[in-house]
Ligand binder design. Structure first.
Ligand code: OAA
Ligand code: MG
Length: 227
């Protein structure tokens, strides 16, 4: 029996630390742009409390029943330092999937953050402790603790598939997933794009930013320009 819908995979292969660290200073828009503008979660999954945050880590995945966090409690005990717990709660806004107690515990365990496709609660407590939480919003209505759910199977979070060990990068703009087999190429391309944007900013201020492409595209598309 495979117990589909109620099963726990305790471990998975994580990428090397220096590979994960390679994304540390890269903004999520640069990563998304080199991935065909795909792989960004739905915009409503955003930081609940702390502007200026930027986290990177291995995805530790959880699928929960939309009103229930039994499997999230188990995930906190199984996750390794540096992991980011990514929770598919179906985008349902009925019940908070976690709160400040679970953030304190995650912080003590070295977990890097939570991404929740659903709501959380205790927003002030979470803000005061500064633990990174990305979610669809807040509600005081609490979670049940009955299951079912799954740990470390492929989930959907914010309309993006997430498998255990994929890289999660999350900042003020939202959350990006990089499938683990694409990590090296994406890191290289995103770093190059981030450096190019630094050069573009310089060229904006010294008046050399090349604007010719705008008219080229408009002309090619057949746009009528008139006075
Ligand atoms: O009741 C729960 O499991 C969630 C919660 O509020 C907390 O972690 O503080
Ligand atoms: Mg609470």
């Amino acid at each position: 029996m495979r117990n589909v819908g109620f099963r726990i995979k305790e471990n998975f292969e994580r990428l090397e630390e220096d590979v994960i660290r390679g994304f540390q200073n890269i903004p999520t828009p640069n990563i998304g742009d080199v991935m065909g503008r795909q792989w960004a979660m739905h915009h409503s999954i955003k930081p609940v409390n702390h502007p200026g945050i930027h986290i990177v880590g291995s995805a530790f995945t959880v699928r929960t029943h939309p009103s229930d966090n039994l499997l999230v409690h188990k995930a906190m005990d199984l996750a390794k330092p540096g992991d980011i717990i990514v929770i598919d709660a179906c985008g349902d806004m009925g019940n908070a999937i976690l709160g400040e107690l679970m953030c304190h515990y995650a912080k003590v365990k070295g977990i890097a953050g939570y991404i929740v496709d659903g709501p959380v609660r205790d927003l002030k407590g979470i803000a005061d402790m500064g633990f990174p939480v990305f979610a669809r919003g807040g509600t005081p209505r609490g979670p049940y603790k009955e299951g079912p759910g799954e740990i470390n199977t492929t989930i959907s979070c914010g309309n993006v598939p997430v498998s255990p060990g994929d890289i999660v990068v999350a900042d003020d703009d939202g959350v990006i997933i990089i499938p683990k087999e694409d990590v090296t190429a994406v890191a290289k391309d995103a770093k190059e794009l981030a450096a190019k944007e630094v050069e573009i900013v310089k060229s904006i201020y010294d008046g050399t930013w090349d604007r010719t492409w705008v008219d080229e595209v408009l002309q090619k598309k057949g746009c009528l320009v008139f006075e």
